[in-house]
Ligand binder design. Structure first.
Ligand code: ATP
Length: 235
């Protein structure tokens, strides 16, 4: 479904991503793991069309998209819930969600998807008319995921969805990811919480200073000594 080939992304002279290749198959949850500065966010932003690669290719459903403008990437069915959430604090919860549907014109479908987001996150329904800026971190995270879902993506990319969340909220987000997968959404997940991500992942890649150093099924990586030491805090 998504294939990244030899991707190099630089900020000025600094290469943040140094020639990575990976793929995401339809229906899977795939994780990109790595410590701060490994290049995870840069990779997602480049797939979304927000950064341009220096070299390399990005293919989505058989089409090359590495030169496609970001709003057209969304229209092709690829949405990103950004790190740090980036919600609009003065807009209501519902208006924030509707922004996610900016590229759509099917008002019946939009209403249906709004309901689906509200079914997943009941707090959003309860507070639909309130300004989003009053939300806690976890609630804002739900809103950001909900907003990304409103474009009805085939592939949803989540950047650190558990960041700053309580363990309970984190569980909630992780179980939502499973629900979405069950509904046929393919997911590319960037997470610092390696244990939680690997438990959900059909496949995972470890990114270290701009390069993929390891990959395997979630289960394989959970059992891998290097992963256990570096990312699961074990001796
Ligand atoms: P984190 O989990 O901390 O967000 P990350 O794996 O997502 O880390 P990136 O944010 O992709 O990593 O950053 C990769 C490298 O690129 C880092 O060295 C970072 O300092 C650098 N970088 C990121 N954004 C910029 C920018 N706008 N200008 C210059 N350098 C940048």
């Amino acid at each position: 479904m998504l294939e990244v080939k030899d991707l190099v992304v630089a900020y000025g002279k600094v290469k943040a991503v140094k020639g990575i290749s990976f793929k995401v198959d339809q229906g899977q949850v795939v994780s990109l793991l790595g410590t701060n500065g490994a290049g995870k966010t840069t990779t997602l932003r480049t797939i979304s069309g927000l950064n341009r690669p220096e070299t390399g290719e990005i293919w989505f459903e058989g089409e090359r998209i590495d030169k496609t403008p970001a709003h057209q990437v969304v229209m092709k069915g690829l949405a990103q819930s950004p790190e740090g959430r980036r919600i609009f604090p003065r807009l209501t919860v519902e208006d924030n969600l509707l922004l996610g549907a900016f590229a759509r014109k099917d008002s019946d479908g939009i209403a249906k998807d709004l309901d689906r987001v509200y079914d997943l996150f009941d707090i959003l329904r309860e507070r639909r008319t309130q300004p989003a800026g009053t939300f806690s971190g976890g609630e804002q995270q739900m809103l950001a995921i909900g907003r990304a879902m409103m474009s009805r993506p085939k592939l949803l990319m989540l950047d650190e969805p558990s960041m700053g969340l309580s363990p309970l909220m984190m569980q909630r987000i992780m179980s939502t990811i499973r629900t979405l997968q069950g509904e046929g959404v393919t997911i590319l997940l960037v997470e610092q919480n390696a244990a939680a991500a690997l438990k959900l992942s059909d496949w995972a890649y470890v990114l270290e200073v701009g390069q993929i150093t390891l990959d395997g099924t979630g289960e394989q990586l959970l059992g891998d000594d290097r992963v256990r030491r570096a990312y699961l805090g074990e001796d």
